[in-house]
Ligand binder design. Structure first.
Ligand SMILES: NC(=O)c1ccc[n+]([C@@H]2O[C@H](COP(=O)([O-])OP(=O)(O)OC[C@H]3O[C@@H](n4cnc5c(N)ncnc54)[C@H](O)[C@@H]3O)[C@@H](O)[C@H]2O)c1
Length: 255
């Protein structure tokens, strides 16, 4: 991809699943990658993997729900890697529960991680991008935020809110050459998915039912997403902002 080499990317939730695949790919493209994850041990292991493959990476243990902690983590990683060119807001969490069985504490946790977390990160990073006259923010949202997903009602609301947030901020900072876009995965084989559907026979049944709804006949793998993320961070995407793209095997098809 054009224009990525030697630039800095921060990826939240990069110790696992989709975020790890994105971090590895951006490092392969020559970017210096900051792994930000609340699981410091797994973040360290991710950095070791990237370095072993010849890439440049560093990490900070960081809980994106804590705004002060986010500001400190961003300052610390930028002091080591340099100013951020691309922020990938990937960290997210949910657990399947019918809305009528959920509680205010649960709603707050889901909103803190999936909506306020990306807002904290974006606020901490975009000021510098605007001052420097350029940068990219890529949100890993979800098809749940475009079409809704039963059992993930508040999470779906957060992802929909994230998509609208990205569009609104894209308008505010366009003249500073800061571009924001969203990538929406469909159901994907990650540790989060294992926790979501469970393992064993019951988990397999739910997976098979998901596959039946996907025109391309499978659910996603973490490696299905990094190509688009790298493109959105690259010079080839310099006239694209405020857009939302689904990668879900045709599960949802948007005009
Ligand atoms: N897996 C799917 O089916 C699927 C589908 C659509 C969208 N997504 C989205 O993709 C993104 C990645 O999901 P995944 O399946 O790879 O998840 P995952 O559980 O495999 O990885 C998530 C990572 O985020 C980290 N994390 C969680 N809360 C955090 C916090 N408060 N602060 C910092 N780090 C935190 C975890 O430690 C973990 O390393 C999420 O935003 C998720 O909503 C996933």
């Amino acid at each position: 991809m054009r224009g990525l080499k030697d630039k800095v990317a921060l990826v939240t939730g990069a110790a696992s699943g989709i975020g790890l695949a994105i971090a590895k790919r951006l490092a392969e493209e020559g970017m210096a990658v900051g792994v930000l994850d609340m699981n410091g041990q797994a973040a360290h292991a991710a950095v070791e993997q990237i370095r072993a493959a010849g890439g440049k990476a560093d990490y900070e243990a960081c809980d994106i729900t804590d705004y002060e902690g986010v500001k400190k983590a961003v300052a610390a990683i930028e002091s080591r890697l340099g100013p951020t060119w691309a922020l990938v807001n990937n960290a997210g969490w949910d657990t399947p529960t019918a809305f009528l069985k959920t509680t205010p504490d649960f709603w707050r946790k889901v909103v803190d991680i999936n909506y306020l977390g990306p807002i904290h990160m974006t606020h901490a990073v975009v000021a510098g991008m605007a001052e420097r006259g350029g940068g990219r923010v890529i949100f890993i949202a979800s098809d749940a935020g475009r079409v809704g997903s039963s059992g993930e009602v508040v999470y779906s609301g957060c992802k929909g809110a994230t998509i609208s947030f990205a569009k609104a901020l894209a308008r505010e900072v366009a003249r500073n050459n800061v571009l924001l876009n969203c990538v929406c995965p469909g159901p994907t084989n990650t540790p989060a998915m294992d926790a979501f559907v469970g393992t064993g026979e019951q988990g397999e049944k739910i997976r098979n039912a998901m596959v039946r709804g996907v025109p391309l006949g499978r659910i996603g793998e973490p490696d299905d997403y990094p190509g688009l993320v790298a493109f959105l961070a690259s010079d080839d995407a310099s006239f694209m902002t405020g857009q939302t793209v689904s990668i879900s095997g045709g599960l949802t098809m948007h005009g």
